[in-house]
Design a protein around this ligand. Structure first.
Ligand code: ADP
Ligand code: GLC
Length: 485
């Protein structure tokens, strides 16, 4: 089966969050299944191409209409294991400081940037002669690809047998633009109806995928249900979602167990596994406390956060609850995003630098060290399509403190019985509930036998891609068969 993955980010090439981990991991797992040939298309952002990978020009160029202009696309290529990675290049659109935005906000031409990318994916596939059985698209940035296949490219024989599967990683980000985007994308006003591309008078890239993709998936079973039945989760698309109930599947994400492996992690002071986690985590804690200027104390509870700073993640709630626990806990927060939240964590750290450390920016090495050193990992999300951080934390023996929503609900189990629990959960991102859970944690931490039991449960969990990758391949086959009919 020929699988083309179209995404706006993939680890290790470009990453802002879990989307990149997932697209990167899927490309690799799919490529290892029998008979699969996998090609990954990504935009060539400014920061792509350093490190171990240096893409080579793929030769030639092609033109992509954007509104009444034409823009030139070139491609570069790198072989990544069995995956051929193609970068779509256009310096005007992608050679910029950020991938989607700067501190000042989203790029104003994000509609044009991802219209260009989505169409260049299809033209690029033709350019390299790769006729996919299925195009697997991810999030709004590639939402137009399924729509193109069923409109402008409907009569293109190259794609006659190509199915599309669209995966929702976060329905809160939809790619909504004024109606002029319809023409920029090359659609006609005939498509500007609520059944097709129109959305409250404008264009919504994610909606267009939900309408036109052969199958739709999202990244956890609970989130699949939340986005259909609870308006506060569907962000206005719950009606469209419900319309496709029988074509919507919740497939739980996994984590890359090679990248996230405490026994081989070179960012840690010493590797550790189930049998040696106490020594390994103590060494990681000591090292991190020292390097971040925290009080060096092996008995204090270290609470870690590695996160985008965004309302979704509920960290404003942690900001309110944390000051009450500074005599019993240390907080290490690594986060980038909302400047208001960053300032607030910065101020908390400045007021008590022995107990709170805050680092902003994107820091892979520090992230690994935080997972290794932490006793608990705080993730009080208001909603969470899947969440990878809680799974990484569990693999590293840091007990997650989460809300019962989306993928957090599907992966973190807490029923008050340590032997059946692998973390802590509360119903809502609420200051009072978080205080109560943190209070409980303070008392349980002293009860080492129970604590260690929970850590072992967490570390033993299966966070691999095995079953989920199989589920995707099954769906690809179903989608491809439908196109044969
Ligand atoms: P989301 O995709 O919503 O941001 P996930 O939990 O699915 O949340 O994935 C987050 C991923 O991004 C994890 O791999 C996490 O370690 C990483 N991450 C988030 N913020 C940072 C940061 N500031 N520096 C390094 N890694 C980060
Ligand atoms: C999104 C979601 C996160 C999910 C990730 C990968 O960024 O916010 O919950 O884990 O995508 O699917």
């Amino acid at each position: 089966m020929k699988i083309l993955i179209a995404a706006s980010e993939a680890f290790p090439f470009c990453k802002t969050g879990g989307l990149a981990d997932v697209t990167g991991a899927l490309a690799q797992v799919f490529s290892r299944t029998d008979d699969a040939e996998v090609v990954l298309f990504l935009p060539r952002y400014r920061n792509v191409g350093g490190g171990a990978f240096s893409p080579k020009a793929a030769g030639g160029s092609f033109l992509i209409p954007v509104g009444n202009r034409v823009e030139t696309a070139t491609m570069s290529r790198v072989q990544w294991g069995k995956v051929a990675v193609y970068f779509i290049e256009n310096p005007k659109f992608f050679d910029r400081p950020g991938m989607y935005r700067t501190a000042a906000g989203d790029y104003e031409d994000n509609d044009e940037r991802f219209i260009f990318f989505s169409r260049a994916v299809l033209e690029g596939a033709k350019f390299i002669g790769f006729k996919p059985d299925v195009i697997h698209c991810h999030d709004w940035q590639t939402g137009l690809v399924p729509a193109y296949l069923r409109t402008l490219y409907r009569i293109d024989s190259f794609f006659a047998k190509t199915a599309s599967v669209f995966t929702i990683h976060n329905i809160a980000y939809q790619g909504m633009f004024p109606k002029e985007a319809l023409l920029k994308a090359g659609f006609s006003w005939l498509d500007f109806t609520p059944e097709r591309l129109e959305f409250y008078g404008g264009i919504n890239f994610m909606k267009s995928a939900l309408i036109f993709a052969d199958l739709v998936t999202t990244v956890s079973p609970t989130y699949a249900s939340e986005i259909q039945y609870r308006p506060e989760f569907g962000h206005g698309l719950e009606g469209v979602m419900k319309h496709r109930t029988s074509d919507l599947f919740g497939i739980l994400n996994g984590i890359d167990e090679e990248i996230w492996d405490p026994s081989t992690d070179t960012f840690l002071e010493r590797g550790y596994e189930l049998k040696s986690f106490q020594r390994g985590k103590a060494a990681a804690k000591k090292g991190l406390q020292k390097d971040l200027g925290l009080e060096e104390n092996k008995d204090i509870i270290l609470a870690g956060v590695v996160s985008r700073l965004d309302r979704q993640k509920g960290l404003d709630v942690l900001l309110k609850a944390a000051p009450d626990f500074l005599d019993k806990m240390q907080f290490v927060v690594l986060g980038a995003g909302d400047p208001g939240l960053a300032d607030a964590f910065g101020a908390l750290a400045a007021a008590d630098p022995k107990r709170v450390a805050f680092r902003t920016g994107f820091d892979e090495a520090l992230a690994h060290r935080i997972y290794g050193a932490s006793d608990i990992f705080v993730m009080p999300s208001r909603f969470e399509p899947c969440g990878l951080s809680q799974m990484i934390a569990m693999r590293y023996g840091a007990l997650p403190v989460v809300t019962r929503t989306g993928g957090l609900k599907d992966t973190v189990f807490y029923n008050g019985e340590p032997k059946d629990s692998n973390g802590f959960a509360m119903d809502n991102a609420d200051e009072g509930q978080l205080r109560s859970v943190l209070g409980h944690i303070v008392s349980l931490y002293g009860w080492r036998e129970n604590w260690n039991l929970m850590v072992k449960n967490a570390m033993r969990g299966d966070y691999s891609w095995g079953k989920s990758a199989e589920a995707y391949i099954k769906l690809f086959n179903i989608a491809a068969q439908r196109r044969q009919l």
